[in-house]
Design a protein around this ligand. Structure first.
Ligand code: NAI
Length: 342
């Protein structure tokens, strides 16, 4: 059966079988942009993970204080801070997973694409360094617009000759977290039981929750589907507006990124049946990058889950077709950005 198990606790709520199994390994994680609104709480959650032995924090701003602060928590993981480009190489050396939340967040009235000009360059520069210094690491891209920054990262890795599509992810877990929360609230379900796959991309209407595939199976009226879909698509904007100029989602994003990391590490560690939605290179549709549920394993993505795209509702079929032109344009924009700079 397909389950996502990281739902109710800040640490992974793994299936009993995998909790009982002694852990073969622990892993080294680097966070680039660790001083930011997402980076700090994410680093705290990672510090709590029994699967992580070393946590390297990097930012252009000073992160030594954050590293010193976290290093006093009496969990086993070692924490070190690296500030400024000259220290990036040491930060990345030996990393198994590199998480990138570096970049500027939205303010009210902005779309994620409005961040492109600044964040495209930041992601390109950082992924160039990852390609040189941690070429076999899994890369989790959080920096927006994810629909474009993941193609940018892929193109950089290709140019460097180290692209492994199984290892590059756009983190869309927050869309799943929101879909689960909003559906549970709407239908009064026990939150830990709810799992909604979210496909497409990570911006506006490219975010497509498949409510017809939600577990537990839930009867929704057409109006309820439309209302919930819109709320999930606009969840980020809900937070941007409530923060009124002070940034976008950070705490829920940190929670979501920690869940995605934990699932990735369980996959690397050999756990079976680890599934998460993520924006990856994909053959499920005609688009080269697409978010869907994927099985995670020892080398990253083992397989996409095509079943989610079969037997969609009429509403979902139409929404899927409607999102494709925007998603394709965002992908092309990312690829063009790297190619023109060659
Ligand atoms: P923030 O501004 O609080 O933090 C960003 C951090 O990145 C800062 O500490 C900054 O010094 C650092 N930074 C900037 N340029 C850098 C570089 N070249 N190298 C290393 N560090 C650098 O922003 P916040 O709220 O943490 O958001 C970060 C990104 O995450 C934004 O692009 C935002 O849009 C995105 N985001 C993505 C979500 C998703 O679901 N994938 C959800 C929420 C935000």
């Amino acid at each position: 059966s397909i389950t996502t198990s990281w739902a109710s606790s800040p640490l992974n709520q793994a299936p009993a079988s995998s909790l009982l199994r002694p852990r073969a390994s622990t892993f080294r994680v680097a966070v680039l942009g660790a001083g930011g609104g997402i980076g700090q709480p994410l680093s705290l959650l990672i510090k709590m993970s029994p699967l992580v032995s070393s946590l390297n924090l990097y930012d252009i701003a000073n992160v030594r204080g954050i590293a010193a602060d976290l290093s006093h928590c009496n969990s086993p993981c070692r924490v070190a801070g690296f500030s400024g480009a000259a220290e990036l190489a040491r930060c990345l050396s030996g990393a198994d997973v590199v998480i990138i939340p570096a970049g500027v967040p939205r303010k009210p009235g902005m779309t994620r694409d409005d961040l492109f000009t600044i964040n495209a360059s930041i992601v390109k520069t950082l992924v160039e360094a990852v390609a040189d210094l941690a070429p076999t690491a899994l890369i989790h891209i959080i920096s927006n617009p994810v629909n474009s920054t993941v193609p940018i990262a892929a193109e950089v890795l290709k140019q460097k000759g180290v692209y492994d599509p199984r290892k590059l992810f756009g983190v869309t877990t927050l869309d799943v977290v929101r879909a689960n929360t909003f559906l549970a609230q709407k239908k009064n379900l026990r939150l830990v039981d709810v799992d909604v796959p979210v496909i497409g991309g990570h911006a506006g209407t490219t975010i497509l929750p498949l409510l017809s595939k939600a577990r537990p199976a839930t009867v929704l009226t057409g109006d309820e589907v439309e209302e919930l879909t819109a709320r999930i698509q606009n969840g980020g904007t809900e937070v941007v507006e409530a923060k009124a100029g002070a940034g976008s989602a950070t705490l829920s994003m940190a929670y979501a990124a920690a869940r995605f990391l934990e699932s990735s590490l369980r996959g690397l560690d050999g756990d079976q049946e680890v599934y998460e939605c993520a924006y990856v290179q994909s053959a499920l549709t005609e688009l080269p990058f697409f978010a869907s549920r994927v099985k995670l394993g020892r080398k990253g993505v083992e397989a996409a889950v095509p079943a989610d795209l079969q037997g969609l509702s009429g509403f979902e079929e139409r929404a899927l077709e409607a999102l494709k032109p925007e998603l394709r344009a965002s992908i092309d924009k990312g690829l063009a950005f790297v190619r023109k700079e060659e």
